[in-house]
Design a protein around this ligand. Structure first.
Ligand SMILES: NC(=O)c1ccc[n+]([C@@H]2O[C@H](COP(=O)([O-])OP(=O)(O)OC[C@H]3O[C@@H](n4cnc5c(N)ncnc54)[C@H](OP(=O)(O)O)[C@@H]3O)[C@@H](O)[C@H]2O)c1
Length: 282
């Protein structure tokens, strides 16, 4: 199998492979390492993890086992909202690096906003991780437009990414426009809406026309938009291969528009009551 290497999306000196591999809700350790290793063998050069997922150790193990040079792999991890104070944040970053056995991550994100800790304090700790060389780039996740405005006004280092839920069944036009206006890239989490669109007749029809699967069409629709990357999770080798295969075909402008119309469903999948902010209106 010859590895398929995805193109990058770029901002502030960061070059992020547009197709990454998500590692949330993963199986037992041995299988987890096998899956991540398979992704690296297929050509994925971007792995998405988080302290919260409990997968950092397996990411580190798979990277070492792969033989792919560390500098060729983009590793993202995140600090949870439970660790938003400066001291807790720094400890969380140290633990992440130690658990992965890495000297640095390529991208460090604030996983969710924390209304009970001043954003300035968390951003200060995030920027310090970058200045100390523990993170090459920094950003946020699940930040709404007002939160993004506040973060951009207070950060001392460029924010490169907002990782948000985006897929064919949710309209994020306003938030994406706000990110682009400020030079932030977007990484889409839950890019398959955990499978919600895989039986959609429009997607199936377009998939048949290209001899591709519904998942490939839904994912291709995302990365064909400017400044957008994805981190789908897949627990089957065949799905891992399928998902990186989306770099090999193109949707027409009419197909892009047709799929875009499905967003009126506004189906939000990731909405934990304990930590979700008040979301932007579509
Ligand atoms: N920042 C955040 O707050 C946040 C929140 C959620 C997720 N994330 C990140 O985003 C990643 C992806 O999100 P997610 O895991 O929630 O959802 P997702 O990627 O939208 O969906 C994963 C589901 O899609 C299925 N799937 C994957 N590829 C497929 C294919 N080619 N054909 C058919 N089904 C396929 C998987 O099935 P199988 O289980 O059978 O493989 C899995 O059930 C996470 O792993 C995590 O890294 C971040």
């Amino acid at each position: 199998m010859s590895p398929k290497i995805a193109p990058t999306i770029n901002a502030h000196g960061a070059a992020i492979p547009a197709v990454g591999y998500g590692t949330m809700l993963f199986p037992e350790p041995e299988r987890a390492v096998e899956l991540i290793l398979h992704a690296l063998k297929c050509g994925y050069r971007h792995i998405d993890t988080a302290r919260k997922y409990g997968t950092e150790q397996w990411v580190g193990e798979a990277i070492r086992a792969s033989g792919v040079p560390r500098d060729d792999i983009w590793v993202t991890t995140k600090v949870t909202e439970e660790n938003a104070t400066a001291d807790d944040f720094a400890r969380s970053v140290d633990t992440s690096l130690e658990t992965m056995g890495l000297d640095y991550v390529d991208l460090l994100l604030i996983h969710w906003p924390q209304p009970n800790v001043p954003l300035e304090e968390t951003l200060g700790a995030l920027a310090k991780a970058k200045r100390d060389g523990r993170a090459r780039h920094i950003g946020v996740s699940n930040f709404t437009i007002p939160l993004l405005d506040e973060a951009l006004a207070k950060t001392t280092e460029p924010l490169v990414v907002n990782q948000i839920e985006y897929h064919t069944y949710i309209n994020q036009d306003r938030l994406i426009a706000a990110c682009r206006k400020h030079g932030l890239l977007i990484t889409c989490h839950a890019p398959l809406a955990r499978g919600a669109m895989l039986e959609d007749p429009v997607i199936l029809e377009i998939a048949a026309a290209h001899d591709k699967t519904a998942a490939q069409v839904a994912l291709r629709w995302l990365i064909q938009q400017p400044d957008i990357g994805i981190v789908p999770r897949a627990l089957e080798f065949s799905e891992i291969e399928e998902n990186i295969g989306i770099i090999e075909f193109t949707l027409s402008a009419a197909e892009m528009d047709r799929i875009g119309e499905l967003r009126h469903r506004n189906m939000r999948i990731i909405n934990p009551q304990v930590r979700a902010p008040v979301w932007d209106d579509a």
